[in-house]
Write a protein that binds this ligand. Structure first.
Ligand code: AGP
Length: 613
């Protein structure tokens, strides 16, 4: 959580930083702050609780001239979201300033020791402790700025991506990383540091992803990378793939709506170049690399959180259906603290849009330590999970800015379909003809997604009817069950309506008691293997006066006899159902949230990238 951005070069720093903070606001929006270092060694700090727009009000009319500076957008962990706890934080003398994304786990003991030595703190944050420590090391050891940062970090336990400025060294910018993301943009005679590349994408495409335990020292126009134990590293410069257009709203009112409507393209991008209908093959380099292992593996474990965990459930059905491999799907946060039985025979797949989720990363670290092969399905190129895994597959959904995950989910499912089919082919658990049929079906999906999106107007009407509901139930069976879970998560996270997803048949074991005339029940009732059973479940809801919104297959007239509202999707292969059926649920949540005047792209208390436990 938290977004950091910093600049050193020949341009005015403040517009780059403020613009960068707006692009990073998806990471947290409890407060925002900026520090500017002038060549006259003047360090100016402005910070404000709330969004970047509120910080902009504070700095209106101020002299912001500076070619070096940094900014922070916060998702509060230690200390409530107020002006004092907002970053940047200053050292005791005000010589040094810091911004930080992560958690200093031993901050309490460090703070106590510093207080005993006479330090006074203004905020409740763990970050302020770190900058006091750096200053103390600087003064007591008579070392330079860079050395003080390095030595202080050897005392720190926890996760951090930090940037530090020193009044005495206005030509320096120092960044350090452990456990939280940090990327350095290299321009001509200028450098950028940020949580992701979005703040500087229009200035440079050359980037270095800092590794854990590394420090970046920018001295004027020169970048040096060292480890905390002072070994110089050669920076590995990569070229960025994202463009400016991909991180802008492109005429849509919200990023979430843009991203929902992008799904025909993002699904296509996720399978383009990987499927070959003519010879009935699939190319997935990461899967091919472990062909022998996957042919004989006894089980696969999938780990993830939130929406990515829902994609994992779809993955379980797919891998069992096609590749006949038993699969366990685990919440990464639970898995990492259990004592799971794992060894070198296991194959563990982590699913993550951001590639930075702390629990998912920790689950992978555990699996790796037990000798398992670890595989990542991620969206953000160069993020921590893809860099940590033995192999993987990118989803190619493009940047997802809305906090509620939409196109990332359908891209994850697309990658899982390909993975399941590719393993099935290698194992011989699918016939060539069936594989070709499925690959042909896949080609039709972008057009079917477009068709599904045409229900938008009808969905707005339905949203108007249900916008004041207090609760909602989502039911589905088979591939429709993860869809129900995902639909319920979308509604609660952006509209703050309590919603639960259930396997449709489980309803009668408890949730049925909740059903009355006030309860909207969204049911995935497409013409697939479970159709009749789900129709019976709908009857049970109707008998208790529940109001049914059915997601049904085009041409199914019968369903309108049982449901209050029907949203049709094109007919499709059962295994590909989540790619279409999720879309109306995303739109329903979106429109309800807009009607309730909720902040759709930045729902309260949430952040896009959960880099803390
Ligand atoms: C989804 O809408 C959420 N905001 C959230 O559940 C998310 O899917 C989860 O935090 C996992 O993130 P990741 O995919 O980046 O690992």
């Amino acid at each position: 959580m938290c977004g950091i951005v910093a600049y050193i070069g020949y341009r005015e720093a403040s517009p780059i930083i403020l613009n960068g903070l707006k692009r990073l606001e998806y990471r947290g929006y409890d407060s925002a702050g900026i520090a500017l270092l002038t060549t006259e060694k003047d360090l100016k700090i402005y910070k404000k609780s709330g969004k970047v727009s509120e910080l902009e009000e504070v700095i209106k009319g101020k002299n912001l001239e500076a070619k070096t500076g940094m900014g922070h957008t916060r998702w509060a962990t230690h200390g409530e979201p107020n002006d004092i706890n907002a970053h940047p934080h200053l050292s005791g003398s005000g010589e040094f300033a810091i911004i930080h994304n992560g958690i200093i786990e031993n901050y309490a003991s460090l703070k106590l020791a510093l207080i005993k030595r006479g330090h006074e703190f203004k905020s409740e944050t763990d970050t302020e402790v770190l900058i006091h420590l750096i200053e103390e090391v600087y003064k007591n050891n008579n070392v330079g700025f860079e050395e003080a940062v390095r030595m202080a970090l050897t005392q720190v336990i926890g996760a951090y991506a930090i940037v530090i400025l020193s009044k005495k060294d206005p030509d320096y910018l120092i960044g350090a990383k452990k456990g939280s993301p940090m990327v350095i943009g290299i321009g001509e005679n200028e450098h950028f540091i940020a949580s992701d590349a979005s703040p500087f994408v229009e200035f440079t495409k050359n980037v270095v992803y800092l590794n854990d335990g590394e420090i970046a020292i920018i001295d004027g126009t020169k970048l040096t990378i060292k480890t905390i134990d002072n070994t110089i590293k050669t920076p590995y410069i990569q070229e960025l793939e994202i463009s400016l257009e991909s991180i802008e709203k492109g005429g849509y009112e919200h990023f979430m709506l843009k991203e929902i409507f992008e799904q025909s393209r993002s699904i296509l991008d996720s399978f383009r170049g990987r499927t070959h209908i003519n010879d009935g093959t699939i190319t997935m380099a990461g899967v091919d690399k472990f062909e022998d292992k996957l042919k004989n593996v006894k089980r696969i474990i999938i780990v993830g959180c939130g929406t990515s965990w829902h994609a994992g459930l779809v993955g379980e059905y797919l891998l069992e259906d096609f590749a006949r491999i038993p699969v366990e799907v685990e919440y990464a946060s639970e898995f990492r603290y259990r004592n799971p039985v794992l060894d070198e025979n296991d194959f563990v797949i982590a699913i993550s849009q951001s590639g930075e989720t702390a629990d998912t990363l920790a689950a992978l670290e555990l699996a790796k330590s037990k000798g398992a092969t670890i595989f990542g399905i991620c969206n953000v190129v160069g993020s921590s999970i893809p860099r940590f895994t033995d192999a993987g597959a990118y989803t190619h959904a493009g940047p997802e800015i809305g906090v509620a995950s939409t196109k990332a989910f359908t891209a994850q499912v697309t990658a899982l379909i390909l993975m399941a089919l590719s393993i099935a082919k290698k194992k011989g658990t699918i016939s060539s003809q069936r594989l070709r049929e499925l690959l042909i079906e896949m080609e039709t999906l972008p057009a079917k997604v477009e068709k599904t999106l045409q229900s938008d107007k009808l969905i707005i009407e339905i949203a108007n009817e249900f916008k004041d509901s207090k609760n909602a139930l989502y039911l589905g069976r088979g591939y429709g069950f993860p869809v129900a879970l995902e639909g319920a998560l979308k509604l609660k996270e952006i509209s703050y309506i309590h919603a639960e997803g259930y396997p449709a048949a489980e309803m009668k074991h408890g949730p049925i008691a909740l059903i009355d005339a006030e309860m909207p029940v969204v049911v995935i009732a497409t013409k697939h293997s479970y159709y009749e059973k789900v129709v019976s479940n709908i009857q049970e809801v109707r008998a208790r006066k529940g109001r049914v919104i059915a997601i049904a297959t085009e041409g199914d007239k019968e369903i309108s006899n049982y449901a209050d509202h029907v949203i049709y999707i094109p007919s499709c292969e059962e295994s590909m159902l989540p790619l279409l059926a999720t879309i109306p649920l995303q739109l329903l949540s979106y429109h309800i949230a807009v009607l309730r005047e909720c902040n759709v792209d930045q729902p309260r208390n949430l952040a896009k990238s959960v880099t803390v436990e």
